[in-house]
Design a protein around this ligand. Sequence first.
Ligand SMILES: *Cc1c(COP(=O)(O)O)cnc(C)c1O
Length: 809
Amino acid sequence: MNYKMTPAQVQSAIREKLSHIYGVSAKNASDDEFYKASALVVRDLLVRGRDEFVHEAEKQETKQIYYLCMEFLLGRSLKNNLFNLGLEDSFRKALSEMGVKLDNLYEQEPDAGLGNGGLGRLAACFLDGLATQGYPAMGYSLRYEYGIFRQKLVEGWQTELPDFWLPGGEVWMQKVDESAIEVHFDGYIEEQWHDHYHSVRHKNYNPVMAIPYDLYVSGMDGKGISVLRIWRAEANEFDMKLFNSGNYMRAMEQKAMAETITKVLYPEDNHYEGKSLRLAQQYFLVSASVQDIVRRHLYTHSSLDDLPKLAAIHLNDTHPVLAIPELMRIMLDECGYEWDAAWDIVTRTIAYTNHTVMSEALECWSADLFKSRLPRIYQIVEEINRRFWIEMRAKGVDEGKIWRMAPLNDGYVRMANLAVYATHSTNGVSALHSEILKDSVFHDFYTEWPNKFKNVTNGIAHRRWLNQSNPELASLITELTGDGFIHDAAQLEKLMKYKDDTSVQKKLAEIKLHNKQRLAEHVKRTQGQIVDPNSIFDVQVKRLHEYKRQHMNALHILSVYQWLLENPNADYTPHTFFFGAKAAPGYYFAKEILQFIVCLADTINNDPRVNQKLRVIFVENYCVSWAELLTPAAEISEQISLAGTEASGTSNMKFMINGAITLGTLDGANVEIHDAVGDDNIILFGMTTPEVNSLRASGYNPRNQYEHNDIIRKAMDALGQGFNGKTFQNLHQALLNVDQYMALADFASYSHAQQKAEQLYKDQTKWNSMSLVNTAKAGIFAADRAIRDYANTIWLAKPVETKAETKKK
Ligand SMILES: *Cc1c(COP(=O)(O)O)cnc(C)c1O
C-alpha cells in the first residue's frame, strides 16, 4: 500500500478529524486535540494497510504468528508510525503551517505501559520486527485500565500512583464489538462423556465477556502491519433479575468482579505472584485468544487438522501456558476431537520461550485454587499429567525424575513443566541462558528431548532505538554507509571502515555531547537537577532487583565519594551516575535499595566538596520514553548482574547500538556482545557462571570480603550508619550475612573495571573508536534478526511475498 500524503492532504485529514470528532476548528484546537487527530489519521492508514497485508497473506496461505504475552510495553506510537510510514516530514510541515509543533504533539502522548520491563518491551519490539519482516502476526494481551504504576519518590521511598493512560492512549485502539468472546471460567461441557477425561458440565451461569481492542504496529515502510489485540473484561450482561428481586448489591458485585480482571497490570518482575486474580487474568487472556485463533482458522477451514501448518502460537514466558489445556478443551469439548489427535495438533502448534532461571519466577499454582477456579481446565491438566506418567514409565524413566518433570506434583500445577512437555520447542533468550536451561533448569527434559531445546537471542527494534531516539547518529551513519542499515541492521558493520578515522570520531563525539545536553535539559526541566554534560554519563536503568545489583553500583559510588573526600586533589574525570528503576510494590528489599541510592545521591549532590566531580541522578518513573532519552546519551552501560542470573537483557543492546561501552559481567547477552566487539571494546569484570557456582558450592561468606578489603569495609560501615537521616539496616545486614547475589565477591573486580573505564575515557580518540565499534557490531541484536530466527527454527513460517517480489521470480 502507498502511504504517501502531501502536507496539504495531511492538513485536510487532520482538519476533518478535528471537526468531526472533537468539534473544533484547527484555530481553536489544543495540542492534545491535534495529537489525537493526527493519531486518528495515522490509524486510518494502518487499518487499510493491515487489511491489504492480511488479504495478501490469506491468498498466499502464509502461516499466522500468534504471540501471547501478559505484557506489551509499547511506549509511544505516533513518532514510530510516522517514521515507519515515511510521513514525518509531511506531518511536520502540515502542522507547522497550522502553527503547531510536531515535537510538542509527541509529548502529548502517554506511554502505553502495559508491561513491567524487558519482557514486555521485547514483545513490543517483536511486533515491529514481525511486521517489518512480513510475517502476518497478532499479539494478544490484556487491556489493562491501569498499566505499570507511576513511581513517585517520597523522601527516597517509592510510592505507587495509578497510571491513567487511557485518555491519551485510547485513540490508537479500535474496539471490535463483533469479535467479542465469552470466557467460561468453570468450563463448558454439555454432556457426560464415557471416559475419565470428560465429565459432567458444571452448570455455567456467568461467562465474562472479552471485548477486543486492536492496536496497529507498523513495520518499516508499512508493508507489513502487526495487530496487538488486547482484551477488556466485561460482565456478560447486567443481571436484571437479581437487580429486580432487590439483590442490588449482588448484581453490582457480579459486574464489578468481572471488570476487575482487566483493571490493573501486576507490577511484578521476575517474581512469582500467586494470587487468584492473577490466575483469572491468565486464563482470561488465553481463553479469549485461543478461541479467537480457532475461530479465525475455522473461517477458512473446515477443521483444525491443519492448524499447525497455518498457525504458530507462541507462549512468551509461562504466564500464557494455560493456552495448552485451553486449546485441548476446545478441541475435545467443542470440536469433537479424540485426545490423541488433539494432543498432536496442540503440541505441533505451540512453542514456548523461557525468560528466567530464577526459581521464584517459575510459576506454579496451588492445585486446590486452580481446581476451584478452573475445574474443567484442571481435569485436562490432570489427564495430561496421567498420560505423561504412562509415557515416561513406558520409556523406562526413573520415578524420581518423572515426578520432578510432572505438570502436577506436590499439590501444584507446574506451568514451566507443562510448557516444556506440551510444546514442540522451548527456547532461551541468549546463548548462555539457553545453555543454562539445558544444564540445570530443564536438564531432566533435555535428557529426554534434546531436540526441543533452542536458542533465540533477544533483539531490539533498532529503528526505534537508533533512528528515532538518536536521529543525529542515524544521519551520520546514513551519510557514511548509506541507509541500508535501516532495513538490514547487519549493514551497520560498514561503519568499521571508519574505526580510525579521526574526523568521524570527532563527529561521533559531537553527537554524543548533543544527546547528553538534551538529557541534561530534560533532567533539569522535569526534576530540577543540574547535570554537567561534560562529565562521563554512566547509566544503569532497568527494573530494581537484587540480581541486577544496583546496590553494588551504589556501593561503589559510595566508595568513590569517600575516596574523593580523602583525596580532594585527585585526578578524577567528573562522573554522573544515572539510575532509573521501579521496584515491585511488595518487594520491600528492592525499595530499600532504591532509597539507599536516592539518599546517597542527595548526600553527594549537596556536598560542595565533591559535587563538581561526582553526581548521582535517580530518574523518577523510568519508562520507555525515559529510555529513549537516556540510551543515546549514555557512555557507559552498566550490565552488572551476577553471572548466570540475567536471561539476556535488552537495555545492553540499546546502549550498544547508541555507542555506549558495556561495563559488565559475562552474563546474558553480554557474552554475545563481547564475542561481537572483542576484548578491546568492552569492559568485563567479575566471576563467570562456573566460578559463581563453585563459590556457592564451597560456601560463600561475604564477611570475608568485608574483613579483607578496606574499601568494602569503609563503604559498608557508612551504609550501616546511614545517610540523610535514613538507615539501611536490612540491606547492611543482608549484604554482610547472606549477599545472595555476591555483590561483595565481585566488588573489587567491579571497582577495578570502573577505574579502567576512567583511564580509557581519558584517551578520547580511543574511546570514540570503541564507541564506533559497538554501534557497528550491534546489527545482530536487531529484532528483525531475532524474528527471522524464530520463523526459521521454531515457527517454520515464511513471510508474505510482496507483489514486486512475486514478479521477480
Ligand atoms: C529495554 C527496557 C527494559 C529492559 O532493561 P534490561 O536492562 O534489559 O532489564 C526495561 N524497561 C524499559 C522501559 C526498557 O525500555
